[in-house]
Design a binder for this molecule. Structure first.
Ligand code: SF4
Length: 313
């Protein structure tokens, strides 16, 4: 049987969301699907070791047979690792970078820990930042609260301004849920006119109402949106966008829908015939089939025991 990396079985391009602090976060968003994953690792310190960071960097670069390699950092809250960790990550990427390839980094954050040092670092190393924000304060703070239940909007807005001051490239990730589903145009105009971002992602909250935190059972929490509510939210925004903002505002779901419709390929897993090339990795090297399926049945293995290439094939 041919093994990974031979000519007989080409390795597909794949993507890993790396969670160096696992499910640990300084916030307590009421709809968060990831905080409960802490229960998968009882007794863990939830901190990726330097040795594992090097092993992951080496394997990930080696496994990518494409010219552009993107390291995606996520959580929990990845900035809880501290800036030193990411300085090491950059050094290791440079150490293992293959000739004629380019390396990029993206990082999804709640923004609350960002300061001038973080922003200087992001700018220097061309990080693409995803900042989570659900709308103006009275909407955002409905669910996005800290561990004491306090609102977070002001600190997130401050992070957006800091990144603009430092010319850090960022987009806004807005979840669509019961508190903002009926206010699509208000949310859209706020992001465009007040935050002044040009890149937006809208992700529906579909939160299972069960005790496991796994993707099982048909009951949803009352924070969730139905497919129809999500669709109506997008239609209202589309109507505003198509009249005045085409070419000025980039809305991920519109761009990838157009690309898929016009035969340019699916840019998002939900538009693909099969999924499985957008993986998630926990702080200890456990690789899972999907960020939304970090649960025992979807654990592929650990990269310290099985080469990542063999698990991806
Ligand atoms: S910031 Fe993200 S990881 Fe943290 S609680 Fe909120 S949704 Fe969950």
């Amino acid at each position: 049987m041919p093994s990974a990396g031979t000519d007989a079985v080409p390795i597909p391009a794949f993507h890993v969301m790396m969670k160096p602090r696992g499910a640990i976060c300084n916030l307590d968003c009421k709809y968060c699907y990831f905080l409960s994953k802490e229960a998968l690792y009882p007794g863990s310190e939830f901190r990726m070791s330097d040795e594992l960071l090097e092993e992951y960097t080496r394997q990930y670069i080696e496994a990518q047979q494409v010219e552009e390699v993107t390291f995606a950092w996520q959580g929990g809250e990845p900035t809880l690792m501290g800036l030193d960790f990411f300085e090491k990550a950059i050094n290791l990427q440079q150490k293992y970078q293959k000739p004629d390839t380019r390396i990029f980094n993206s990082l999804q954050t709640n923004g609350t820990l960002l300061d001038d040092d973080w922003c200087r670092f992001f700018h220097k190393h061309d990080f693409l930042i995803g900042l989570s924000m659900d709308g103006p304060g009275h909407i955002h703070d409905t669910y996005r609260v800290d561990k004491g239940g306090k609102p977070t909007f002001d600190t997130v807005m401050r992070a957006a301004r800091l990144m603009q001051d430092h010319e850090v490239e960022f987009n806004i990730l807005t979840t669509v849920h019961a508190a903002n589903a009926k206010h699509p145009v208000e949310v859209y105009r706020f992001m465009r006119d007040v935050v002044k971002t040009r890149f937006l992602q809208f992700i529906p909250i579909v939160e299972r109402d069960n005790g496991t935190g796994y993707q099982e059972g048909a009951d949803l929490t009352n924070r969730s949106v139905t497919g129809k509510q999500y669709g109506q939210f997008l239609i209202k925004i589309f109507d505003e966008w198509v009249r005045r903002d085409v070419g000025k505002m980039y809305i991920q779901i519109f761009d990838v829908s157009l690309a898929a419709w016009s035969g340019q390929g699916a840019g998002l897993c939900i538009f693909m015939e099969t999924c499985g090339d957008a993986l998630a990795m926990e702080h200890n090297g456990d690789l899972y089939a999907c960020d939304h399926y970090v649960e025992p049945d979807y654990r592929l293995g650990n990269i310290t025991e099985i080469p990542m290439m063999d698990m991806v094939l």
